[in-house]
Ligand binder design. Sequence first.
Ligand SMILES: Cc1cc2nc3c(=O)[nH]c(=O)nc-3n(C[C@H](O)[C@H](O)[C@H](O)COP(=O)(O)OP(=O)(O)OC[C@H]3O[C@@H](n4cnc5c(N)ncnc54)[C@H](O)[C@@H]3O)c2cc1C
Length: 456
Amino acid sequence: MPSLPPQDIAIIGGGAAGTLTALHVLRQANGPLRIAILEPRPGLGRGGAHATEHAEHVLNVRAGGMSAFNAVPGDFVDWLQHDMAETPREALAASFQPRRRFAAYLAARLAQAQQASQATLIHLRVRALGLEQADDGFVLALADGTTLQAAAVVLATGNAPRPLPARGASSLPAGRRVEAWDIPAIERIAPEARVCIVGSGLSMVDAAMALLSAGHAGPLHVVSRHGLMPLPHVDGQPAHALDIDVFAALPLRARMRALRQEVADAQARSVPWQSVIDALRPHVQRLWTTLSADDQRRFLRHVVRLWDVHRHRIAPAIHQQLMAAMARGQLQGHRARLATAIAGERCVQLRGQGRVGQVLALDVEHVINATGVELRIQAMSNPLLTELIGRGLARPGPHGIGLDTAPDGRLRDANGHAQRGLFALGSLRIGTLWESLAIPELRGQAEGIAALVLAQ
Ligand SMILES: Cc1cc2nc3c(=O)[nH]c(=O)nc-3n(C[C@H](O)[C@H](O)[C@H](O)COP(=O)(O)OP(=O)(O)OC[C@H]3O[C@@H](n4cnc5c(N)ncnc54)[C@H](O)[C@@H]3O)c2cc1C
């Protein structure tokens, strides 16, 4: 197999996590170094979340929380101010910016770092399919038939979509079944069409907003097992202080009781529940790792949906638009477990089981899969990850979620040993850390991995 020129560092995945890693390596490098980032998509920093061109697809975090650097929390706001000098800084920091602007910010900071660094970065638009250990690091097998040798490898493969959970779904004709992340396919849906969105999290919000902003007039059904819709941030939210040590010392059930009490006490002082969740937010990794394995399992079984809607909130303006669509009867929520999706002559017949004794029966022209991010590593259908596990270079993370990693981000092999020169960040670490998807965690992990790789 032809081999590409060897690199010091190969970063697999050029979404936000991979791009942040490259950015931090470029900034920390104090000598010549070759970095390759492998990403089949055009452009870096976009990945699945930030590639959308829709202005309605806004960040779910205020601009003030989206810096690429822990040490400069206002850096994204500084960058925004260049083009929006007339907007007061506080207003910009509190705003929910279009996600495409965040991708442009990452690309701009990456370009600046490239100019200032002695290290060089190349973007190889190819997928990595395999990885094996070599004398001096690793050899990657790439989808174009070439190989690439690298002394250190960082896995930043990001979010994988979940399959539609209904028998028959995989054989629905193209166009009848649409993935929520496939915005061009959603844009092709006729304005009068009856649509069912399966899943009610942030991907549902993206799909619904893409349709509504394009003037969709047909009914939008939203089906999910729990029937919970994302909740909004509130404007002008006061800060709330809590004693995290108290929470971390409690088992799950007592912790949930303490949290409900904390919310009730805060609300009695006119502090919204959102402030309490935000006070917990920086400590979620500690809260996860201090739960016993049994309590983590209980959390995944009984609490996770409730946690998600309170933790992963949406901009108030977006929430208002969804509520308005519900109020006029266009958007209808259904709490049900989908069983089958059968292609009829001119529609898709969706059948399922609602709450006690209720039957779900919807005939729609299109079904949109918005079931969100796949956490189970075996179901991610990423050949690279499957091969890593097959070769014993990685093992599934706790509860089969993500990959097992050491606290510094090194991948643990089949025997649990943290490996030199092989790292993972982002959603691959979710089983170990739970809170490992959003930018505050990604930038911290990227900075730490950059320092370790350079030390090596
Ligand atoms: C709809 C949505 C909205 C979000 N909004 C926010 C927000 O407002 N604020 C926030 O902090 N977080 C948000 N998030 C969380 C989000 O997970 C992170 O912000 C971040 O974008 C994740 O980046 P990533 O690089 O880990 O993953 P991804 O964006 O999934 O990127 C991974 C990349 O790896 C590439 N890849 C995968 N396998 C291979 C391979 N074998 N070889 C080569 N390349 C490969 C893929 O092509 C992909 O581009 C959102 C997530 C979603 C899904």
